[in-house]
Design a protein around this ligand. Structure first.
Ligand code: PEP
Length: 252
């Protein structure tokens, strides 16, 4: 099964209406001019900018997503945002289980799975983040940690069309450090093999596994051409048009 790479930008708690306009119109100008689209481009701004981002992205190839959603459908949950609200703001994807949510908000694998199942029910695609901390890496536990996260955070009915996994070593996020190519290759191949056991060879072969953690234009070519790497989840570099586009150039 062919996998169209995904270049996804996670703006975290950053961004302004002006950045939304400049980034989406700037990206669309470049992306829409490509005669073929060898990758998909996604921007995930904070909740308050999603509607505006969708407006600018209308009639372009740029796709908009959220960074989190509730596991519940609606009701008395002050401060929460439902998957349906994201959908109505014309988001197509939602990032779930980012390490900052796992750490800052104590999100468990079970909660992430519940959120993913609600998001799928409401018609969103989900990007489930997994990855080990530096302590876990140093203890030689990377594969064990990732395996548990994959088996416990993925929705029951995981299908290649609407679930994406992002392998993001926590110690590589925002630090400028990255694993070696061999380390990335090992973890991605391991996830693919585990997926085959969980959802069968066909679905596992079509499901995209992104790499995330300090991806920049200077290392994108090397990281994104590793076997079983199907794109990138990008934090800091997704806030600058030239950097984000520079990463996507790895596929051109
Ligand atoms: C992220 O937050 O998902 C991320 C990968 O951040 P950065 O690219 O800044 O390391």
């Amino acid at each position: 099964m062919t996998r169209t790479p995904l270049i996804a930008g996670n703006w975290k708690m950053n961004g302004t209406p002006m950045l939304v306009k400049d980034m989406i119109l700037g990206l669309a100008q470049k992306y829409d001019a490509l005669p073929e689209k060898p990758f998909e481009m996604l921007i995930c701004p904070p909740f308050t900018l999603i509607g505006l981002a969708s407006e600018f992205a209308k009639n372009t190839g740029i796709v908009i997503g959220g960074q989190n959603c509730s596991a519940l459908s609606n009701g008395a949950h002050t401060g929460d945002i439902s998957a349906l609200m994201l959908k109505e703001a014309r988001a197509k994807y939602v990032i779930l289980g980012h390490s900052e949510r796992r750490t800052d908000h104590g999100e468990t694998n079970a909660l992430i799975k519940a959120k993913a199942e609600q998001a799928l029910k409401d018609g969103l695609k989900v990007i489930i983040c997994v990855g080990e901390t530096e302590v876990q890496k140093d203890a030689g536990e990377t594969l064990k940690v990732v395996s548990k996260q994959v088996s416990e955070s993925l929705p029951s009915d995981t299908k290649a069309d609407d679930v994406v996994i992002a392998y993001e070593p926590v110690w590589a996020i925002g630090t400028g450090r990255t694993p070696t190519g061999a380390e990335v290759e090992e973890v991605h191949a391991f996830i693919r093999k585990q997926l085959a056991e969980m959802i069968g060879l066909d679905e596992a072969g079509g499901l995209r596994i992104l790499y995330g953690g300090s991806v920049k234009p200077s290392n994108a070519k090397e990281l994104l051409h590793i076997p079983n790497v199907d794109g990138a989840l990008v934090g800091g570099a997704s806030l600058k048009l030239d950097d984000f586009w520079g990463i996507a150039q790895a596929y051109l």
